[in-house]
Design a protein around this ligand. Structure first.
Ligand code: UD1
Length: 368
């Protein structure tokens, strides 16, 4: 039968791994599965709360690598993951990695070097911007993985153009949407917006954490001023990522945000709290990868503060407005959504709540 080793390390991995583990259990465990948490994210708000709410069992193995520079963090993950694989009695049938974080690439590389088959869930996405650490992670992971499980049509085109053989590629759809569909009723029941005294469609939800936005003091200062302008138009809910929090405090910008009564700052939120707030928002302003997809599925306008997206279907087929670095363009988008009705997104093939079943089908047909 053989066993599969699943890797999760950082916040955006957990909602992708959860539905696949559950689909395997539903199918009577065609493979034994082991869950490895690298510890890239370790705070309760960035990790534990997702295990709780998404019903993921405690990891079987915790590598506890923690935060560090990219080279050090990636190196630590590789060394610890290789060491773990060496302690096992049997060689796994395969390793499954998801998304595009450092843990994804590090564990894919270790598997490939040991000659263990690797499957990549969310393969083929490309922003074509190598200044994004995730882009390097995507390219490297796909180059060494044996089975490439694709979430949106652009992924198929990208992998084909890169010369990857068709038999290594399968279109499975978006496993993150499986988690969203499953958790939406519980998210609604929390009434997160109502608890903040906010009505449906009346507020903006903001997230920011990309190095390109938060590591440069001038850029972060401009963004804080933009949030002040936004808050004059509608209340702003801003759960702050630890990386962003540290920068805001360091630059004295945190006090500026706190001084505005229309800006509700909070620590990072749980999956359900955030999902509920997203569904009720007038607009989401973000630099996240996954939020572009979640807002498209929910039909909520999303202003993405990035120059490129690896998820082009959220722009062509969905609700995503990519405004680049230009905050005047972002403001025009705010004006448009303040006036307009809720955005409408076209249904996307495989974003249907059943992608994890197709992942399991692909794993069975490739590896059993
Ligand atoms: C990582 C991913 C990014 C993803 C994001 C979601 C990479 C290259 N980046 O970026 O793709 O969108 O996660 O959050 O893998 N920290 C804590 N507690 C934690 C984790 C981090 O305080 O639990 C702090 C540390 O000071 C750390 C900083 O946040 O240095 C950044 O964390 P890191 O994992 O390096 O990158 P993210 O910006 O979170």
């Amino acid at each position: 039968m053989g066993s599969l080793v699943f890797v999760a390390g950082a916040r955006p991995n957990f909602m992708k791994v959860a539905p696949v583990l559950r689909a395997l259990a539903r199918r009577g465990r065609p493979f034994a599965d082991v869950l490895v948490h690298t510890g890239q994210h370790y705070d309760f708000e960035m990790s534990g709360v997702f295990f709780e709410q998404l019903g993921i069992r405690a990891p079987d193995v915790s590598l506890e690598v923690g935060s560090a520079s990219h080279g050090v963090q990636t190196g630590r993950i590789m060394a610890s993951f290789e060491e773990y694989l060496a302690t096992r009695d049997e060689r796994p049938r395969g390793i499954v990695v998801v998304g595009d974080v450092n843990s994804t690439m590090a564990c894919a590389l270790v598997g490939a070097k040991l000659g263990i088959s690797v499957a990549h869930v969310e393969a083929g996405l490309r922003s074509f911007d190598r200044a994004m650490p995730e882009e390097i992670n995507r390219v490297v992971t796909d180059a060494v993985a044996d089975l490439l499980l694709v979430s949106e049509p652009a992924g198929m085109a990208n992998l084909t153009r890169e010369g990857i053989a068709a038999e290594r590629i399968r279109y499975v759809g978006n496993v993150m949407i499986d988690s969203l569909v499953e958790q939406l009723p519980a998210a609604r029941a929390l009434e997160s917006a109502g608890r903040l005294g906010l009505g449906r469609g009346e507020y903006a939800l903001v997230t920011l954490h990309r190095p390109s936005n938060v590591d440069d003091p001038a850029r972060l200062g401009e963004l804080v001023r933009f949030l002040g302008r936004l808050a004059a138009r509608m209340p702003v809910v801003f759960p702050v990522h630890p990386r962003t929090q540290a920068k805001l405090v360091e630059l004295g910008l945190h006090a500026q945000l706190e001084a505005s009564p229309a800006i509700r700052l909070s620590p990072p939120l749980g999956y359900r709290e955030f999902l509920g707030l997203m569904e009720g928002a007038r607009v989401v302003v973000s630099d996240s990868g996954g939020i572009q997809e979640e807002t498209t599925f929910l039909g909520i306008p999303c202003i993405t503060l990035r120059t490129s997206t690896e998820r082009p279907i959220t722009v062509s087929h969905g609700t995503n407005m990519l405004v680049g670095e230009d905050l005047e363009a972002a403001w025009s988008a705010v004006e448009r959504v303040s006036r307009g009705n809720r955005a409408r997104a076209e249904p996307i093939d495989g974003w249907d709540g059943h992608a994890a079943d197709r992942v399991v089908d692909a794993l069975i047909s490739a590896w059993r």
